[in-house]
Write a protein that binds this ligand. Sequence first.
Ligand code: ADP
Length: 260
Amino acid sequence: GEAPAPAPGRPAILPGVRHVIAVASGKGGVGKSTTAVNLALGLRAQGLAVGLLDADIHGPSAPTLLGLRGQPRLGPGRRLLPMEAFGLKAMSMGVLVDAETAMIWRGPMVMSAITQMLAEVDWGRLDVLVVDMPPGTGDAQLAIAQGARLSGAVIVSTPQDLALIDARRGIAMFRKLDVPILGLIENMAQFLCPTCGSTHAIFGTGGAEAEAARLGVPFLGPVPLTMELRHASDRGQPVTALDPDGPLGQIYQALARSIA
Ligand code: ADP
């Protein structure tokens, strides 16, 4: 659809940003935020100017994943300046609103917070803005998809059937909005056991790839379930920033190349 014209006296939404890419999932806990952060870092490793917008109001994870501390500053025109982490510009609902306040927000509050965050952050010039979407396919997701003029969407799913069903809903939503689906990433695809060294396909194999084929969307690849990835995330030291050429860093760089 047509992007609404900005209200008089208001800056156009995301004026210096060339591409906005949503990272979405049908449900929470599948690793959407981990994927969004590492994909953003993978794009950065390709030499692009990249921002990360954590729009997950009820479960913002960028402050933890990127170790963001303190409050963002105001820049010219009293617009919010993004924070900086590992060469990314970053903004998160989590640094703007405290968790308990956001928790009790109902639909209209969530919508106005999203609209404000899209309009009032001064990203400067970016090649790509990666948006960590709230999980699911409700009004908040719709508001971002329409307000941010998305260039494309990446869907993250675990191999379990339930997560895949939810992923299908996400794909249907973006299709309805004419947002191209850049592909499906299967997270926690197999477990790499640090003790025995072998790989265990806890949720089975091939489900997400087969589903991607059925849905006619590119399969971007599997990401294994590893202790290292979880530890790195919890410490605020994402793997793709710390060790871009390590096994996991290479996986995310390859994923980034496949959508760049
Ligand atoms: P979501 O954004 O979908 O809610 P997160 O990215 O916050 O999911 O991930 C949920 C939890 O799973 C986090 O503790 C994260 O560190 C962990 N996690 C995500 N992906 C992996 C993975 N491939 N291997 C190990 N842990 C992972």
